[in-house]
Design a protein around this ligand. Structure first.
Ligand code: FE
Ligand code: FE
Ligand code: ZN
Length: 277
């Protein structure tokens, strides 16, 4: 079963997103937990959540992915920035329990001259403060492009973070195809090799989601500029291998390409066409 969706605006609630996903030919979706630049989240609307659960069960919507604001920095040098990150992520995770058993993705952080080792330590410390044993959400570390001082563009860095987290079973990884490509992993010519490296360093059992994006820039560019599927440096043939690879095909795929809703519907249809069922 192919699980495919795209990023949607959360401004009209969960039921609205689920209906929109179905209209686009999707069976999952991603959304920001709040304004991507931070700020306060809307109150949870329990009636909306209940209606969403009923609709999702009826229409086969599954494994939705909440994305943390991308301005959070879980390894900031400034104590107040760190505190804001902690409070925001904790609040997001408490709210996620209204939709049990789903995924929460975040960008590990930027070490900004502190060095990658300090970054890794601080990110792990952040996770150790916000995870709790009874939570049902899986928290995903996203693979990054290595722009600026981003932590997490090497699989080894993600592994080092995970190794320092007490409730490691609450963690997983979201592989962003644009980011890993820009980070130097050749998913075009050596997908098997990249996934073997992932398995050796992190373990494929920890890979829980894929952000499926083409890239405006060449391999190892460290840029992080997403492109529409087939129009970038990854290309349609590579995506055909990606959506069918035995290590990936059962994971949920989320588009974060520069598109309006019609464009997303076209890409979902395109990717469905690439699948060998
Ligand atoms: Fe992201
Ligand atoms: Fe992404
Ligand atoms: Zn990106």
């Amino acid at each position: 079963m192919f699980t495919i969706g795209c990023h949607l605006s959360a401004s009209k609630g969960y039921l609205f997103m689920a209906r929109q996903a179905v209209e686009l030919g999707a069976n999952t979706f991603q959304f920001f937990t709040r304004n991507p630049r931070g700020g306060s989240a809307k109150e949870m609307d329990e009636a909306d959540v209940a209606a969403f659960h009923a609709y999702a069960a009826e229409h086969g919507i599954r494994t939705i992915l909440a994305h943390a604001p991308y301005t959070l920095n879980a390894c900031a040098a400034d104590a107040r920035v760190m505190e804001f990150c902690l409070q925001t992520m904790k609040d997001d995770l408490l709210r996620m329990e209204y939709t049990p058993g789903q995924l929460y993705n975040f960008h590990p952080g930027s070490h900004v001259q502190q060095g990658v080792e300090v970054g890794i330590e601080k990110i792990a410390a952040t996770l150790n403060q916000i995870l709790w044993p009874e939570m049902t959400t899986t928290v995903l570390l996203e693979t990054m492009a290595g722009k600026g001082s981003e932590v997490g563009s090497r699989f080894e860095e993600l592994r080092e973070i995970m190794d320092r987290v007490q409730l490691r079973e609450k963690l997983g990884v979201c592989l962003d195809t644009c980011h890993v490509h820009d980070g130097g992993y050749d998913v075009v010519n050596d997908l098997d090799g990249v996934l073997t490296q992932f398995d050796n360093v992190i373990g494929l059992s920890h890979l829980r989601a894929v952000h499926i994006n083409d890239s405006k820039n060449p391999l190892s560019s460290h840029k992080d500029r997403h492109e529409k599927i087939g129009l970038g440096h990854i290309g349609t043939e590579a995506f055909a291998r990606i959506v069918n690879h035995p290590a990936l095909r059962d994971l949920p795929f989320y588009l974060e390409t520069p598109n309006d809703l019609d464009g997303y519907a076209e890409e979902i249809a395109l990717l469905r066409g690439l699948r060998n069922e």
